[in-house]
Design a protein around this ligand. Structure first.
Ligand SMILES: C[S@@+](CC[C@H](N)C(=O)[O-])C[C@H]1O[C@@H](n2cnc3c(N)ncnc32)[C@H](O)[C@@H]1O
Length: 211
């Protein structure tokens, strides 16, 4: 969400079959809530394909990577590492420290903002190695109750960006959902820009209604 800093989500571990849906949702949630990139284990190719397809249709930028070296990614990450775990410090106690560590200070303290640093957010599936707890700059719990990597990631990213990700603009989207109280309107963005041009030239414009 920021030119100078990359927010990367790492899905640590994937059991093909059993975790397919969850891993896909980690990627979709990372994309929708402001991360720049997701890294999946290399046995999660199907999830990667789905997230890429959604990005092609609904816009980006958002990158999906498949890697087989999860341990090394964490160990060698040149930036701040947050590990989401039910055993971690409470998100509402540390969110400000995380923002400060990556230079995402709020507008009221902008003059003292730290330099931007990349952020790696790690979510597990099956058991994660103890080395991850030790390498992490922050072990963060979204409540100290067991729930899901998708829920933990969503709350953490929203806290990190203080809601700013909800106003994000999407680039190169084929389609755009029109927010409305009732209905399911999806606009073809090419037709839309054609209509805008037509409206500018005095012609009417319409939106498509799809299921
Ligand atoms: C099935 S859970 C495993 C729970 C695990 N014992 C733990 O350390 O949180 C899979 C992943 O969900 C995430 N998760 C579950 N509960 C969480 C919580 N309360 N706060 C943050 N992340 C959580 C963690 O990333 C965890 O690796």
């Amino acid at each position: 969400m920021n030119d100078a800093r990359e927010v990367v989500v790492l899905r640590y571990g994937h059991r093909p079959g059993r975790d397919d849906r969850m891993t896909t949702h980690v990627g979709l949630t990372a994309r929708a809530l402001g991360a720049d990139r997701v890294i999946f284990p290399d046995n999660a190719g199907q999830s990667a394909e789905t997230v890429r397809d959604i990005t092609d249709r609904f816009g980006g930028p958002f990158a999906v990577e498949l890697r087989d070296d999860q341990k090394a990614i964490v160990r060698d990450f040149d930036g701040v590492v947050v590990h989401l775990t039910m055993y971690g410090e409470r998100v509402h106690d540390v969110e400000e420290d995380v923002r400060e560590a990556v230079g995402l200070d709020g507008p009221d303290v902008i003059e003292e903002a730290s330099p931007p640093r990349d952020l790696l957010v790690v979510v597990g599936g099956e058991k994660v190695p103890w080395a991850l707890y030790e390498r992490a700059d922050f072990n963060v719990g979204v409540t100290n109750q067991p729930h899901s990597e998708v829920a933990g990631l969503a709350v953490f990213l929203d806290r990190l960006f203080e809601g700013a990700e909800l106003d994000r603009e999407w680039e190169n989207a084929d389609r755009r959902v029109v927010p409305e109280a009732t209905g399911k309107t999806v606009v073809d963005t090419e037709e839309e820009s054609g209509n805008d041009a037509a409206a500018d030239s005095g012609e009417g414009s319409e939106t498509g209604d799809r299921d």
